[in-house]
Design a protein around this ligand. Structure first.
Ligand SMILES: N[C@@H](CCC(=O)N[C@@H](CS)C(=O)NCC(=O)O)C(=O)O
Length: 330
């Protein structure tokens, strides 16, 4: 685990001393947008037009943020247009690596680089900041378009529609205020909440993260006891953003990040909703529990010094969600 400072790699764990033991996520650095015609998006520079074969996605199959982008690539039929490289799940003193020993780790499909930081340095030899996945890479300009998953999935949702003819819309105009409000609470208390609990180095910081996390899980369980999906009556970005955290919850966050008041299977509606999304066409293929468990349990020696990967729990993700009655009752 480390970061780049003016082009130099420094092996440093998150510094929680200055913040009373609280984990504070860094602001994402690369914020350009792919648009249908290459005009500038909401942030960054223009010049990134949606073209088949031009962009490459660097992901970890362990990472919930990267997983969102793989899900949108699948949902939007982008696999023939956007290629993918998968990093090794173990992230230690050199950060993410392109080692290929672990099943499913592909190496760097473009340049054969040893580490993900080398890709950041290819984009900017004096880059500073954390070296994170996902990365959306432009093969034409040899630079990073974006390393912000929330924005990459927005691009995937619509920018390539002219190429693919896939008009499925997971951020429809009429639902945007509702989706934005759901995302804001879920990001703060659940997606990032589990990290705040897991990386806390003081009891206060841990307690501050756990209470809102479980309040939000109760709130979500209540929503899903009345309707099939979080926003409106269709599956939306809000569902997929929550899904990648819920998928990992019982396998890693419950034990490794000490989010152990309840497991997801203790919430019948949330657990059934999660299985329904897992069973959505194309989604199970984006899930790799080997990468997920080995990454977390073996990459954070301050939390799990032995690096032992526990085997449980046994969960049947293919069990029928049985949510049809709920849909009809609306
Ligand atoms: N804001 C980023 C966060 C991505 C992120 O934190 N990824 C983690 C993996 S789950 C990472 O690469 N961490 C490496 C580090 O912090 O040094 C996004 O959502 O795209």
């Amino acid at each position: 685990m480390g970061l780049l400072v003016d082009g130099q790699w420094q092996d440093k764990w998150y510094d929680t001393k200055a913040s009373g033991g609280r984990f504070e996520r860094s602001v994402t650095a690369w914020r350009n947008w792919v648009t249908p015609d290459g005009s500038a998006g909401p942030s960054g520079q223009g010049g990134f037009a949606a073209e088949s074969g031009r962009y490459h996605l660097y992901v970890s199959l362990a990472c919930p943020w990267a997983h969102r982008t793989l899900i949108f690539r699948a949902l939007k039929g982008l696999a023939p247009h956007i290629s993918v490289s998968v990093v090794d799940p173990i992230m230690l003193e050199n950060g993410w690596s392109f080692a290929t020993g672990f099943p499913g780790a592909t190496g760097d499909g473009l340049y054969g680089l040893p580490y993900l930081r080398d890709l950041y340095l290819r984009a900017d030899p004096r880059a500073s900041g954390r070296v994170t996945v996902p990365v959306l890479w432009d093969k034409a300009r040899e630079t990073i378009v974006s390393n912000e998953s929330a924005e990459i999935i927005r691009m995937f949702n619509s920018a390539f529609d002219g190429l693919t003819g896939n008009r499925a819309d997971f951020y429809p105009r009429a639902l945007r205020p509702e989706i934005d409000a759901l995302n804001a609470r879920i990001y703060e208390t659940v997606n990032n909440g589990v990290y705040k609990a897991g990386f806390a180095t003081s009891q206060t910081a841990y307690d501050e993260a756990i209470a809102p996390l479980y309040d939000s899980l109760d709130w979500i369980e209540n929503i899903l006891s009345r309707k099939l999906y979080l926003a409106g009556d269709q599956v939306s970005e809000a569902d997929w953003r929550l899904f990648t955290t819920i998928l990992r919850y019982d396998a890693v966050y419950h034990t490794h990040f000490k989010c152990n008041r309840y497991q997801i299977r203790d919430y019948p509606n949330l657990w059934a909703w999660a299985r329904a999304l897992y069973q959505w066409p194309g989604i199970a293929e984006t899930v790799d529990f080997g990468h997920i468990t080995h990454h977390y349990y073996r990459s954070h020696p301050t939390i799990n010094p032995s690096g032992i990967v526990p085997t449980g729990p046994v969960l049947d993700w293919n069990a029928a969600p049985n949510r049809e009655q709920l849909g009809k009752a609306q």
